[in-house]
Design a binder for this molecule. Sequence first.
Ligand code: AMP
Length: 317
Amino acid sequence: MYKKIYKEIKKYDTIVIARHVGVDPDALASQLALRDSIRLTFPEKKVYAIGTGSAKFVHIGKLDKIEPVDDALLIVTDTPDKKRVDSVDFSMFSYKIKIDHHPFIEKYCDLELIEDTASSACEIIMELILNTKLGCNRTIAETLFMGLVSDSNRFLFNSCTTNTFMLVSKFLDAYRFDIGELYQKLYLRPLCEVRLEGYIASNMEVTDNGLGYVKITDEVINQFGVDSASAGNMVNNFNFIHEVLVWATITEDIRNNQVRVSIRSRGPAVNKVAEKYNGGGHMFASGARVKTFDEAMQLMSDLDQLLLEYNEDNKEE
Ligand code: AMP
């Protein structure tokens, strides 16, 4: 499959690389690293990475603007379904490739490389580089490392395998990048976010079944002086609490007129419940965008029921 993808890349003079809406570091890093690797290998090709940017992730790299293209190849990273691909007119492209690590949802490209046991989309791009003649340099290796580290929550998730560590080790050995420097870029944050973290810890509701959730209203977001994306992302900081098996942040996003629900689990798979609310994601890291807090609370009630059943099934004799 890697060779097939390389063959298509070789064939096209213009290549556009996209990823999902609601950009996150792995989605962004996978598209930028692939773009830079193709540019390095084939300097004569026009290669663009597109989508809505985020000031929060400028340290990962910059996106491009494109003109309408003709006879071009589209590569989409980190996106299992067509409706979540950011800023792409599919009719513009002669051939389409998907590279993803989410559980399969639908086929929407001519060629699809899906490795749902990979820690991140960046892990698959690492494999693609190692298994083809695509080039790499220190900047590309750093970008891939940042995406992988973010999506695995610093190697905390079960999605990290021996392969993940082997790939990281190979890239680290070859390009000798400074991990400490990259962690600063990824994790240095303002005091207001740490203070909001304290608010979440103090205000998290925890049910008898082990569901933890917190509502973060626009008023709270303004009170702490943070943005709604950073507030929602704090879900990642609440793992490993004895009393909590599934946890969620419910964040009001006034600008987009929606409520973002971000869910994590170290017990039952939660993606099916998220799908019921027009969301989705990984088994243990899912999300949904709903219209109201009431709808979000309905989702919480479904998660609580899921936990009730999970606890029944896993009761110690
Ligand atoms: P979040 O923590 O909200 O960023 O979401 C965690 C994961 O869930 C994301 O990486 C996506 O894979 C998935 N996800 C979030 N929102 C949606 C959505 N509206 N539809 C499908 N998948 C989603």
